[in-house]
Design a protein around this ligand. Structure first.
Ligand SMILES: Cc1cc2nc3c(=O)[nH]c(=O)nc-3n(C[C@H](O)[C@H](O)[C@H](O)COP(=O)(O)OP(=O)(O)OC[C@H]3O[C@@H](n4cnc5c(N)ncnc54)[C@H](O)[C@@H]3O)c2cc1C
Length: 293
């Protein structure tokens, strides 16, 4: 456990999503689940000797402890000017110091801290949009080629959930889709067993992949996907601003707003400038005057 500078514990926020099933047993979700599973740890204990050589050792004696991400971003920023001595911004000044970084747009120092979230209960159409964010992000998404239909689940759009007609159509469609997937997979397996050239492969896993990759073509955008998503703070902030915003599609807005709520606990100062706004459709978005730092 670090002795200096950082808070002794980290927040690990999460929100689970309930899983439902149609009468035929097709499983589905109505909202995303998100679990923070990774975040930056900062430990400045071993920096003491380095600091002593410049007579900056009191830097670590700061009585105010910061969250890990904030401690790292602040230290990174202060290294740039070696402003680690008596005149430095102390940890009590961290909100002002980080506020200045946001205001001046010197966002590279907030790239040091990152967080990873396990996300589920989201549709393939949502992740098609999310993976467009290239800078400072990493994605590990369920493969529909390796993972068979046994684990299929679907996601009901927010607009459908309280409308009896659309809800019934959704349930009918996912039952049909799951059944159709299964029938196609069975047929493709039979082709494989019959020696079809297109369906053969040397390894057993490649054989199964050939079935799954062909059968999945009947699956709708409502098919659930699961992902581990990592972003550094700068990337997350950009995504909050682009996707937890009025212009964003409602399903991705709901997910990214949830991620914002969870990560605000991890990075209370790095997200201090965001305001939550209630939109006319009842969903929430975030706003800041410091966009794209
Ligand atoms: C409401 C909405 C509607 C959209 N509609 C469409 C659509 O109809 N069709 C469509 O194709 N896409 C659409 N998009 C996706 C959009 O065009 C972007 O691809 C997506 O939002 C990723 O954002 P970004 O480009 O800022 O990239 P990120 O990867 O999130 O990068 C963050 C920032 O880093 C910088 N950066 C990243 N990569 C580069 C680079 N290679 N060169 C220079 N600078 C870089 C840029 O400043 C960029 O803004 C939409 C997005 C939103 C939010």
């Amino acid at each position: 456990m670090p002795k200096h500078f950082v808070l002794p514990h980290q927040e690990w926020p999460f929100r689970h999503a309930e899983v439902f099933a149609t009468e035929n047993g097709t499983r589905c979700l109505k909202e995303p689940g998100a679990i923070v599973i990774g975040q930056t740890a900062t430990n400045l204990d071993n920096v003491d000797e380095f600091l002593r050589d410049f007579d900056f050792e009191e830097y670590l004696e700061d009585p105010t402890l910061l969250p890990h991400g904030e401690a790292l971003a602040k230290f990174g920023g202060q290294i740039c000017y070696m402003s680690l001595g008596k005149q430095r911004s102390t940890n009590a000044d961290a909100p002002k110091y980080i506020g200045h970084i946001m205001e001046s747009g010197h966002g590279s120092v907030i790239e040091h801290a990152s967080a990873s979230v396990l996300i589920y209960g989201i549709s393939r159409s949502l992740t098609h949009e999310l993976v467009r964010h290239r800078a400072g992000t990493a994605f590990s998404q369920l493969s529909q080629r390796y993972v068979s239909g046994r684990l299929l689940r679907f996601v009901e759009r927010p607009e459908y959930q309280d409308d009896p007609t659309l809800h019934a159509k959704f349930e009918r469609w996912i039952d049909l889709s799951a059944k159709e997937y299964d029938e196609r997979a069975q047929h493709l397996l039979a082709m494989q067993e019959g020696g079809s050239e297109m369906m053969t492969a040397e390894r057993k896993t490649d054989m199964r992949k050939k079935v799954n990759q062909a059968a999945r073509s009947c699956l709708p955008n409502e098919t659930e996907t699961i992902m581990v998503f990592t972003g550094n703070v700068r990337a997350w902030r950009h995504i909050f601003e682009m996707r937890a915003s009025e212009g964003a599609e409602v399903e991705i807005r709901r997910l990214i707003f949830l991620c914002f709520e969870l990560l605000r606990e991890v990075w209370p100062i790095l997200t201090q400038d965001y305001e939550v706004v209630l939109l006319s459709d009842g969903t929430k978005a975030v706003q800041t005057k410091y966009r794209k730092v």
